[in-house]
Design a protein around this ligand. Structure first.
Ligand SMILES: [Zn+2]
Length: 464
């Protein structure tokens, strides 16, 4: 493997060697998801969809094409996406009368239908979600899973009777995404309320989940938008209240990017040996390596390995025996690179003693357990996840800096998230943005790091 210090090279090598994606497809920015990568994405999707449906979201699947007049209805929204839309202009030899867009996001087509679906207050709240691909013509440098022209996500959309109910949904979704990111993927993050100029086009508020990559740049992995009544007024989505009055609904929309979440999990947990995955999302959770030196006695060892596998199968664990011809050393190397959380080495001595040698991928720690202790293996899985989560969290915390003066920015920029102060002056914010992006402007009062005047606390970082 390549040393992880060289993050970009390391990342591409892991994607390739661990069968995560293939980026050689002949359309720029479009990827092939291979079995290892797709497995993790499907696990995330299942976990998220279950939580959303438990919180009363209905699953849906909308067509990928959006008519031009629908996409263009909300002017701020279309202005925000105009440069990024893929258009279908022809069908066969005929030029289409109205162009069709490949969805860059689905607010507009979904809200066309919300207008028809919502009649009375009894229809509210209405919450739906869909897992799908979206298309954006990225002009910036594309990067597999991080910035592409086709990406996989889940998007949620809701309509509510009032602003309070919409706000509560925003908070619910924040908790659901936190469970996905922290509990399942073991990743650290902060929620940043984006400044006005960086909000989702058409939203009153945008909350972004930002994580920190090993190169010190932040990566936005999910967003939640409070849309207010901006879309409901344009799409005329109304309901009849108890008194018979017709009122516009309040809306929210939200989505995590599965590709970016996967990219973050790979980059944050991985090490010089390759991929490291939390057991819950690992395509293969345990690999059993029979250690046999000579032909005689090998049958017994293989039979023992099979007995262990059967036991693990019955516990619902994803396990495989590597009976290949190569030497144990190269098998260790391969499965380490692919991030299998636990390895079980079984040799003649283990067989004789009724034991199993267990090696953890995250720590390299080697221990022995008895055959009758197999049932407890899930405790080790939990330890691995806890360890990955804590390690990532403490690295994350150690890379949040506070600065008082613009002169200190150079030493810290690109190393993590910087907390600073900014006044309302445009000149001061320009000075800061020469170095990094402003992730959020908080309510907390803080001294401006440029002019020293009174201002608000901000977070800044280099971003992907
Ligand atoms: Zn200032």
């Amino acid at each position: 493997m390549v040393c992880k210090k060289n993050l970009s090279e390391w990342y591409h090598k892991v994607l390739d060697e661990a069968d995560i994606t293939d980026s050689r497809y002949p359309v720029k920015g479009m990827l092939i998801y291979k079995k290892w990568g797709l497995f993790v994405i499907r696990e995330m999707q299942r976990y998220l969809e279950k939580m959303l449906e438990e919180s009363d979201h209905e699953p849906t699947l909308f067509p990928v094409l959006i008519p031009e007049d629908t996409l263009g209805k909300e002017t701020e929204h279309i202005a925000g996406f105009e440069e990024e839309v893929f258009w279908i202009t022809h069908a066969g030899a005929n030029k289409l009368e109205r162009r069709l867009a490949l969805r860059p996001t689905s607010e507009t087509p979904i809200y066309e239908m919300f207008r028809l679906w919502i009649r009375s207050h009894n229809d509210l709240p209405l919450k739906i979600h869909q897992s799908c691909a979206v298309y954006r013509y990225e002009t910036k440098h594309t990067r597999p899973l991080i910035r592409g022209r086709e990406f996989l996500w889940n998007e949620g959309h809701s309509a509510h009777v009032d602003a309070k109910d919409a706000k509560e949904n925003v908070e619910d979704i924040k908790r659901i995404y936190e469970r996905l990111i922290k509990d399942l993927l073991c990743l650290p993050f902060v929620i940043n309320r984006r400044p006005e100029w960086d909000r989702f086009p058409g939203a009153d508020e945008t909350y972004a989940f930002d994580t920190l990559m090993p190169d010190g740049k932040t990566l936005q992995i999910a967003t939640v938008h409070n849309l207010g009544q901006n879309f409901s007024k344009v799409f005329d989505i109304t309901y009849e209240d108890i008194e018979g009055k017709h009122l516009h609904v309040f809306q929210t929309s939200y989505g995590p990017s599965f590709g970016r979440l996967l990219a973050a999990a790979i980059s944050i947990h991985g090490d010089d040996k390759g991929l490291v995955l939390p057991p819950e999302i690992a395509p293969l959770q345990i690999v059993i390596i029979p250690i046999v030196f000579k032909k005689s006695g090998s049958e017994e060892v293989i039979a023992y390995a099979k007995k262990i596998k059967e036991e693990l199968d019955s516990l619902g664990i994803r396990v495989k025996i590597d009976e290949g011809e190569d030497r144990p050393g190269s098998k260790f190397y391969r499965w380490e690179m692919k991030g299998v959380p636990l390895r079980m080495d079984v040799g003649p001595r283990d067989l004789k003693e009724g034991k199993i040698t267990v090696v953890r991928r995250d720590t390299g720690e080697k221990s022995q357990i008895g055959f009758d202790e197999i049932e407890g293996i899930k405790t080790i899985f939990k330890d691995i996840s806890d360890n990955l989560r804590e390690k990532a969290e403490s690295r994350f915390r150690s890379r949040i800096f506070k600065i008082e003066n613009i002169d200190d920015i150079k030493g810290k920029v690109g190393k993590g998230i910087i907390i600073a102060g900014l006044c309302s002056g445009g000149v001061c914010s320009e000075r800061i943005e020469e170095h990094a992006d402003i992730l959020c402007v908080n309510e907390t009062v803080a001294k401006c790091i440029v002019c020293g005047g009174e201002g608000r606390e901000i977070k800044i970082a280099k971003t992907y």
